[in-house]
Design a protein around this ligand. Structure first.
Ligand code: ZN
Length: 150
């Protein structure tokens, strides 16, 4: 990030209020103002990486809106979260978080929910693992070499 006064690239930027204007500044330029917040680039990058989960080797993934689907079906079946938790042997607090989509349920929990609610919460992932592609490439290259020798 660049400081908005001196233009120097800095990893640590101070959100600073100077005479009623909010600016992103380096430590030196921020000294004259009121610091509201500090942004550290390294930290930001780490946080961005967090939600990325590698599903390369998984064939199935949770459907979008899985939480809404569970809530809808459960409501239609006229069962409270508390009862559902008892029926499938999971914690009520866990189910609440799953319905809000704050937590991705484990395969075990998804299995139970699918069976009890008679719904599908997973869909097949179309993309093939990268490994297979690499093997194919190598095989093609070997085939080319054989051709050249002939
Ligand atoms: Zn500066």
């Amino acid at each position: 990030m660049e400081c908005e006064i001196c233009g120097i690239e800095r990893k640590k930027i101070f959100i600073t209020e100077i005479e009623g204007t909010i600016l992103r500044l380096c430590e030196d330029c921020a000294k004259g103002g009121r610091i509201l917040n500090i942004i550290e680039e390294a930290k930001k990058i780490k946080e961005n990486l967090k939600p990325k989960i590698d599903f390369e080797n998984e064939e199935y993934d949770l459907v979008e809106n899985y939480g809404k689907i569970i809530t809808e079906i459960r409501t239609k079946m006229n069962i409270s979260i508390e009862d559902l938790a008892k029926k499938i042997g999971e914690k009520e607090s866990l189910l609440r978080k799953i319905e809000k989509e704050e937590i991705r349920p484990s395969d075990k929990v998804v299995d139970k929910l699918e069976r009890f609610l008679k719904i599908k919460l997973r869909e097949k992932i179309e993309a093939k693992p990268k490994k297979e592609k690499k093997d194919e490439d190598i095989r093609l290259r070997i085939a080319d070499v054989v051709k050249i020798k002939d």
